[in-house]
Design a protein around this ligand. Structure first.
Ligand SMILES: *Cc1c(COP(=O)(O)O)cnc(C)c1O
Length: 346
């Protein structure tokens, strides 16, 4: 079962606004051209110039020693966790975080790593006191606490820098390393109005998706200290993720980082506009490029079908539904959504 897959049959109207997720973004002509023109080599030999450039440039941009290109955010987090922790060691994370909920317990299955998931605060962060309480004493009864992982953005929420720092400090004081699941790292930076290195500097390692809002078709980058990234490269190979002429994909990621970071502000502003419309029709929680909408009377298939008639695709949901703005929702698409919701609730 796939929680995001479309349930409605292909509607008669062409879809011009897909609000299910920012994962639906497609590479545009410029990106496809960059992919076609990419300089490539065998990346397992370390000879793919485009991959090497992507890894080095993103690491440098974020003030880290090294980077590693991976197939997905899940693979990047997994390889990161395996590089920090050994069997019998433990990761402290959040109950609602992707690493705990949506990564098939990969770190436990493949690494023999325990996870201790804490309650996530309403701002998307973890409480320093809860982190301190979760760290296990050095006692043969316990797993060995080794790593803290945070997530930013979390459900679209840009967790403030001070909150990230307080959590990271609590972990570091107890001897833990700190990893960020920064699938939407640049959405967080944009919303916080901080510098990229302000946020990156809090963490040892960061996993960043080049797909989603940045619009690359495939790929994530893990950045961090050289020794951790060297171990990550071995894990990636072991997991079957060492690829050859990957520069075709890295070229798309490079372009995404050059051209699609600044425009993330547009997605947040469009989410605000859509949220203003929807607030007349139910409860709206808006955070960066996402909206969580609980219409009076709940989500219905009638609403999904009505919106499809306006060219707008929504996720299957009950109660509350999530809408995500991204680069393939233009002003025209946004207007179709606003017109569709206005007419549905009229
Ligand atoms: C999407 C996402 C991931 C995983 O990325 P995939 O590329 O889909 O594997 C990890 N963490 C968070 C918070 C995400 O939103």
């Amino acid at each position: 079962m796939n929680q995001y897959a479309a349930t409605q049959d292909a509607p008669a109207t062409q879809i011009i606004c897909d609000l299910r997720s920012d994962t639906v973004t497609a590479p545009d002509a410029k990106m496809r051209a960059a992919m076609a023109d990419a300089e490539v080599g065998d990346d397992v030999y370390g000879e793919d110039a485009t991959v090497n450039r992507l890894e080095a440039s993103l690491a440098e941009r974020l003030g880290k020693e090294a980077g590693l290109f991976l197939a997905s955010g899940t693979q990047s987090n997994l390889v990161g966790l395996l590089s920090h922790c050994a069997r019998g060691e433990e990761i402290i994370t959040g109950k609602d975080y992707h690493i705990w909920k949506y990564e098939a317990a990969g770190a436990s299955v493949l690494g023999g790593i325990a996870l201790d998931p804490l309650q996530v605060a309403t701002d998307g962060g973890l409480e320093p006191d809860a982190i301190r309480a979760a760290v296990k004493e050095d006692d043969s009864h316990h797993a060995m606490s080794r790593l803290l992982t945070l997530e930013n953005t979390h459900n679209g929420l840009a967790v403030p820098l001070e909150r990230c720092m307080a959590a990271a400090d609590a972990g570091r004081d107890a001897g833990l390393s700190v990893h960020l699941d920064g699938a939407r790292f640049f959405n967080a930076v944009e919303a916080l109005g901080c510098s990229e290195t302000d946020l990156a500097g809090i963490f040892d390692t960061i996993s960043i998706c080049l797909s989603k809002g940045l619009g690359a078709p495939v790929g994530s980058v893990l950045v961090g200290p050289r020794d951790v990234i060297d171990r990550a490269r071995r894990w990636r190979k072991m997991l079957g993720g060492g690829t050859r002429q990957a520069g075709l994909l890295a070229a798309a990621g490079q372009l995404a980082l050059e051209y699609n970071v600044d425009r993330l502000a547009e997605d947040r502003m469009r989410a605000e506009r859509l949220g203003q419309t929807l607030s007349a029709y139910g409860d709206v929680q808006q955070a960066t490029n996402m909206i969580f909408f609980t219409p009076k009377g709940g989500v219905t298939t009638a609403m999904q079908q009505h919106m499809a008639g306006h060219g707008v695709r929504l996720s299957e949901a009950t109660g509350t539904t999530r809408f995500v703005l991204h680069k393939d929702v233009t002003d025209e698409g946004l207007q179709a959504a606003i017109t569709g919701f206005d007419s549905y609730f009229a």
